[in-house]
Design a binder for this molecule. Structure first.
Ligand code: C2E
Ligand code: MG
Ligand code: MG
Ligand code: MG
Length: 281
């Protein structure tokens, strides 16, 4: 860990270096290039309301296809981009792009859709963040309540005073806030109560846990979120048994491969227009 080497040292990589290490250096250099040459793109995973099975929104997920290295998963390049402070311009692009798509898709259906984007900790803390959000709101004449900013529980646990102040700034701009991967970061319940957040996204580990042992932990976490008057989302629903169980809880909505994987914008349009036709017939 922590063996970061400047991008300029790429020429010193030899055959002796292990593949993972040389791949890391390669990726760092390529990240700069990808941003400049606009090689990032987004996929969108539908999110459904549990009670009605209705599509209620999307999560935008960042993708990167590299000419030589192929498809690089976000779990691999986002931590590097974060380390290099490149995450801020990359992620600012993500918010704008996802918001633009929502503007295009909303008229295709007759109920309101939301768009969730993942906010990295450095972006959240960056000085320019509030201005970026304000600009996007103005530039797109956006209804920011349709935009959900997902922040991680680990971020929320640190420097709470500052974080709460920042959250309040975001709420004043009318964006919605969600705590992603909830349950993995051990946030104190007292903090949770004082955060101006709208939503909890329960981490997939609790779904896996329920599937493996029928443990009640998942139900308890759903109940916790609902007790705090939060919208509760389950992520990573892969099978019917899991979905059936979630329907017995007060969980509001879900995402998962069972209904839809992340997809390119063309597929989203198909999905939305198909939905409409189904309703008309
Ligand atoms: P996340 O925000 O928790 O996103 C959910 C991840 O779970 C996505 O992985 C999604 O494809 C995957 N997933 C959804 N349903 C299922 C399912 O039923 N089964 C399984 N096994 N997986 C499912 P993905 O796209 O690889 O993203 C991984 C993580 O990378 C995200 O986790 C998020 O933390 C980060 N990420 C993605 N896009 C961005 C971005 O634009 N900015 C930042 N800062 N982080 C991002
Ligand atoms: Mg997320
Ligand atoms: Mg998550
Ligand atoms: Mg996750």
């Amino acid at each position: 860990k922590g063996k970061r080497i400047g991008v300029g040292t790429i020429q010193f990589v030899t055959k002796d270096m292990d593949d993972a290490f040389s791949r890391q250096i390669h990726i760092e250099k390529a990240l700069y290039q990808a941003l400049e040459e606009k090689h990032f793109y987004l996929e969108y995973q539908p999110k459904y309301e549990l009670k009605t099975d209705r599509l209620i929104g999307f999560e935008a997920l960042l993708r990167w296809h590299h000419d030589e290295l192929g498809q690089i998963p976000p779990s691999e390049f986002i931590p590097l981009a974060e380390e290099m402070a490149l995450i801020v311009p990359i992620n600012n692009w993500v918010i704008l792009e996802a918001a633009k798509q929502l503007k295009v898709w909303q008229p295709l259906v007759d109920h309101s859709l939301s768009m969730a984007v993942n906010i990295s900790p450095n972006q959240f803390r960056s000085e320019s963040f509030i201005n970026t959000l304000r600009n996007i709101k103005q530039q797109l004449h956006l209804n920011p309540t349709d935009m959900i900013l997902e922040i991680t529980e680990s971020l929320v646990m640190q420097q709470t005073e500052e974080i709460i102040a920042r959250m309040n700034q975001i709420k004043r701009l009318d964006y919605r806030l969600s705590i992603d991967d909830f349950g993995t970061g051990f946030s104190s319940l007292q903090y949770l109560k004082s955060f101006p957040v709208d939503e909890l996204k329960i981490d997939k580990v609790f779904l896996d846990d329920w599937l493996a042992s029928k443990s009640h932990l998942l139900d308890v976490i759903v109940h916790l979120g609902k007790s705090l008057n939060l919208h509760v989302v389950a992520e990573g629903v892969e099978d019917e048994e899991m979905l059936d169980h979630l329907r017995t809880t007060d969980c509001d909505s879900f995402q998962g491969f069972l209904y839809a994987k992340p997809m390119p914008p063309e597929r989203v349009i198909e999905l939305l227009t198909h939905q409409k036709n189904e309703k008309n017939h």
